[in-house]
Every structure is written in C-alpha cells, then in structure tokens.
Design a protein around this ligand. Structure first.
Ligand SMILES: Cc1cc2nc3c(=O)[nH]c(=O)nc-3n(C[C@H](O)[C@H](O)[C@H](O)COP(=O)(O)OP(=O)(O)OC[C@H]3O[C@@H](n4cnc5c(N)ncnc54)[C@H](O)[C@@H]3O)c2cc1C
Length: 510
C-alpha cells in the first residue's frame, strides 16, 4: 500500500478519463493521478505514426486484442479498443458526431435530468473548436478538440461520387451534420487536422500534463477497486508484474465500456450469479452491470472499381455521411449510410464500400467475465438484430446502401458489386439472413454500467450503494446515442470533470 493519498484517481486515460483528469487538475489544490494500462507519449513528436495517422484506424499496435460475438449466427470478430493515453480516441476514425437532442433528453427522462440536451450542449460546445461553424450558438470555437469538414476539392473521387449519387437519390444536402435539427448528406465533422488525429491525449493531456498536481502513470493495469466497508479507498494495480495499492479520496473508473464493467465485477459489483461463477465475493448485486450492452450494428455493400488508382489506402477512409430516418420510424435520424474509400483492414481486394448502420437499436447484448483473472478478455455477445424493429430498419437501410452503388456517378466508378453476390436473389428474407449472419459492430459499445435509478450508477456517475467510487465513460450511457460515440464520451468527461472541479465536495466528498 502506497503512503501517498491522492484526491482523485482516474482509471483509464481515454476519451472520458483524460478529460476528467484534465478538468479536475485545473484546480491546483487538487492532486490527480491518471492511471493508464497502455503507454504514454509525451508529445506528438514522440507519438507513433499509427496514432498520428487518422486516415485509417490503428487496429493492432495499441490495442487490447478483444473479440466479440455479433449475432447468434455470426462468427466471432476482433473488437478493437485503444490501449494508450487517449484510449480509443487515439486509434479511431475521428468522426466527430454528436447524438441527437432526443438521445440526451431520453437519458434525462430515464431519471438523469442533469443529462438533458440543454445541460449537455454547453459541454459539447466547451470540448470543441469547430473551425467551420464555431459562430453558431450550438457550436464552440475555443475547445481542446479541433473539428473541421473536408471541402469538396479535398474529397476523394469515391466520396464526391457518393455525394452526387446521394443528390440523385433525393437526399437533401446537410453541410453541418452536427446541426441539432439537420439531416441529409454532407461532409463528416472530423476531429483531425490534415492527417493528425486530435485524440484526448493531444487535445487535453498535452496542455494538462505540465501541471505539478497531475501525475500520469502509464503501463499500469488496474486489477480491482479496494474498499474499506462501503467506501472505495484505492485501486489494486499491476506494473510489470508488481502489484500494489494506490489510494485516493475518490476513484473514477473511465476504463471504457468493456473494461469498467469488468473492473466492477472483479471488485464484487455485478449480477450475483455472474460473480458466483468466478467465486468473486458479492459486494453489490448490481443487475445492470454488463446486461444492457448497446451498440450500432452495421453491414457494408462492397464494390470493385474500374480504375484501381481511385482506391488509395493512404487517403482518408471516411469523409462523408448521410443521416436519415427509416420509413415509419418515430426515431429521427435512426439510420446512417457512409462510404469507405477502401477496405479498412487492407488485403488485396480492390474494393470500396458503402455501409448501412442502425443508429438507434432496441436490442441489447451482454458482457461477462471469462474469469476473475484481470488479464482475461471479457466475453461480449452483442445479440444484434434479435429485435424485429432493428432487423426491419437495417434491412431497409442496407437496400438503400445498395441503391447508392447503382446510382449515376457512383455506379459509373463501379466495376462489380462483390458483396452481396450479384448471383444471389436478394429477397427481403435473403437480406435479413445476411444481416443476421454478417452484421458487425460500429465499435460503439456502451451502457454496460448504465446510469439511472435502475442502473449501476446515479446521474453523477456515483456507484449506487457505495461511497468514493464513480464510473464515467461510455459504459454509463443508458442507451447508445444516434451517433458515433467518441464526442459523447468526451462530453461525459467534460460533465463529470467539471462536477469534480466545481462541486467536488458536495458531490464526491472531495
Ligand atoms: C477502431 C475504432 C474506431 C472508432 N471510430 C470512431 C469514430 O470515428 N468516431 C467516434 O465517435 N467513435 C469512434 N469509435 C468509438 C469511440 O472511440 C469510443 O466510443 C470512445 O473512445 C470511448 O471512450 P471511453 O472513454 O469510454 O473509452 P476509451 O477511450 O476506450 O478509454 C478507456 C481507457 O482505459 C484504459 N484501460 C482499460 N482498462 C484498464 C485497466 N484495467 N487499467 C488501466 N487502464 C485501463 C484503456 O487502455 C483506455 O485508454 C471508434 C472506436 C474504435 C476502437
């Protein structure tokens, strides 16, 4: 047990954790320790190329090596998660999209009034420096995360043709996909400048790390939370095989939607029968931990091109987006279609893709422990498309994505549609079977330790029935927002970070 007592320990330096540590340490009287399992690169000149290069995801060099089961019929797939300061924001595609106001108002209506759109909008504005629309009341122009959209002449020919096809299909243009009322197709807002990915390590930690009251401890894995009675007093960590306890007046778990619930369960917080399977003593029979996993299922149409020089894996993989609503749906913008400039994981296939994504899913999955060993990967079963409403809407969206490939300017580039096979007759049943077998995660897992009166934590992230333990990352989202989840995770960091800074004594006993 270390003698040093920090005010705050934040576990995980990802999209949420790096922000919480940065905001909390703005008060020089507060000592903050940020504990990260992966490495830390002190400045961009030392940052490896895979983390700098936002034109494609970094899949292996800074990854946890997890996998997941998408559907009951589908094969297990890799589930990338960043393992480095910046977390998944340091390895991702840099799509900087907000959820809809209705998403956050839905969280509020579920017993979390602090998260109503009117309350989270200032946090969204504070985190960003929107270089295109910073003067709008619903945007910020001075935050740590720079966001811009590609101009027409910066788009690859595939994305230009995709937008032209979208016009021909009758979708309206939307120049700012983050306009709260907007829908249609246009350039993606992206947190990148040129090639440089603006992760939370770069946007937030580069300025904060000079503070004497913030310490970053990298290459240190948190095994579990240590309690005295009902109060969390520290964390058990492992560095190069050496195990010790680090102590603080409050602990924030920000290890992400796959790791925060695993740490909770290893600490005795989770469904009783699940803990029992691994002989973990039950501290709290928290039924929602790992039982309400939410995500975005997706499937892409792929086509080869007549001119292979159009597909350059050194170009940005994603540049454009269509947000729209399924027919007969009462959930606005519950679908997304987006083009991929080339096959994401490389390989020989001379193909690009148009992906159909379900943005608002009713179905939920599960996350369980494989063992009590802190080094074991969790077992993730998404159970995608078991809800008929999800299957129906994604089936329609997939057909819409196919229509792009058949439409004027994009069709002109296509040599052959290679998936789904043109030999297959695509009845609705056939599409449904394809989706059930092959749909995959948009890499947006959340809601594995949801907030709410019936969730794992209250609306301030405080674990029900305990003191001194807060969870703040994608796991506390009650449901997946209708957007890629990085900006919402950073927003969660802003909300909780500011609560720690301004109301730390009242809310967190600091
Ligand atoms: C390949 C990929 C592409 C994506 N593309 C986009 C995109 O373009 N746009 C978008 O909006 N979203 C995208 N996402 C999703 C988005 O990045 C995540 O939703 C978001 O980063 C989650 O933030 P978080 O703080 O919850 O977790 P993370 O950012 O994953 O942070 C968790 C941190 O905790 C650390 N950690 C975990 N366990 C431990 C432990 N036991 N001890 C110590 N540290 C630990 C991890 O190493 C990590 O640094 C993508 C994700 C991936 C993986």
């Amino acid at each position: 047990m270390s003698d040093e007592l920090f005010d705050l320990i934040v576990v995980g330096a990802g999209s949420s954790g790096a922000v919480i540590a940065s905001r909390a340490s703005e008060d020089p009287r507060r000592s903050v320790l940020l504990v990260e399992a992966g490495p830390d690169y002190a400045d961009t000149s030392q940052t490896p190329f895979d983390l700098v290069n936002s034109h494609n995801n970094s899949y292996t060099a800074h990854d946890w090596g997890f996998s997941y089961q998408p559907t009951n019929l589908g094969a297990s797939r890799p589930f990338p998660r960043g393992r480095v300061t910046g977390g998944s924001s340091a390895v991702n595609t840099t799509i900087a999209l907000r959820g809809l106001p209705e998403d956050y108002d839905g969280w509020a209506a579920a017993g979390n009034p602090e998260w109503a759109w009117k309350n989270v909008l200032p946090a969204f504005n504070r985190l960003e420096r929107d270089l295109d629309f910073g003067d709008k009341p619903y945007h910020g122009d001075a935050g740590p995360i720079s966001i811009r959209r590609y101009e027409w002449d910066e788009l690859t020919r595939v994305h230009q043709a995709w937008l032209e096809a979208s016009d021909e299909l009758g979708y309206p243009r939307c120049e700012d996909a983050n306009d709260p009322e907007g829908w249609g197709s246009g350039p993606h807002p992206m947190n990148k400048i040129g090639r440089l990915r603006i992760s939370t390590a770069i946007g937030y930690l580069s300025a904060a790390r000079a503070r004497p009251n913030l310490r970053i401890r990298a290459n240190t894995t948190t095994r579990k939370v240590v309690f005295e009675g009902s109060r969390a007093v520290g964390i058990e960590v492992e560095t190069d095989g050496h195990v010790e306890v680090l102590r603080a007046r409050a602990i924030v778990l920000s290890a992400g939607a796959l790791q925060s619930p695993a740490i909770l369960m290893r600490s005795g917080i989770g469904p009783r029968e699940e803990l029992g399977r691994h002989s973990i003593e039950v501290r709290s029979d928290a039924r929602s931990v790992g039982t309400r996993l939410s995500d975005h299922p997706a499937l892409a149409v792929a086509a080869t091109v007549k001119d292979p020089s159009l597909l350059d894996p050194d170009q940005p993989i994603v540049q454009t987006i269509l947000r729209y609503t399924a027919p007969d749906s009462d959930q606005r913008n519950d679908l997304q279609i987006e083009a991929f400039s080339f096959s994401p994981r490389g390989g020989n296939l001379n193909a690009f893709a148009v992906a159909a994504v379900l943005e608002q899913a009713y179905g939920t999955g599960t996350l369980r422990l494989a063992s009590a060993d802190p080094h074991a990967a969790p077992i993730v079963e998404q159970k995608f498309l078991e809800d008929e409403r999800d299957l129906r809407r994604l089936t329609g969206c997939f057909r819409d994505a196919m229509r792009f490939m058949e439409t004027g300017p994009l069709a002109a580039l296509v040599e052959d549609v290679v998936f789904p096979s043109p030999e297959r007759e695509l009845t609705d049943d056939a599409v449904r079977t394809l989706l059930k077998k092959l749909s995959a995660s948009g890499f947006h897992p959340c809601a594995t330790g949801p907030m709410g009166p019936d969730g794992a934590v209250d609306q301030y992230g405080r674990l029900h029935g305990a003191e001194g333990l807060v969870v703040a990352d994608a796991s506390i989202m009650p449901t997946v927002p209708r957007a890629n989840t990085n900006l919402t995770s950073i927003m969660i960091g802003e909300m909780v970070g500011e609560w720690v800074r301004k109301r730390g004594s009242e809310l967190y006993g600091l």
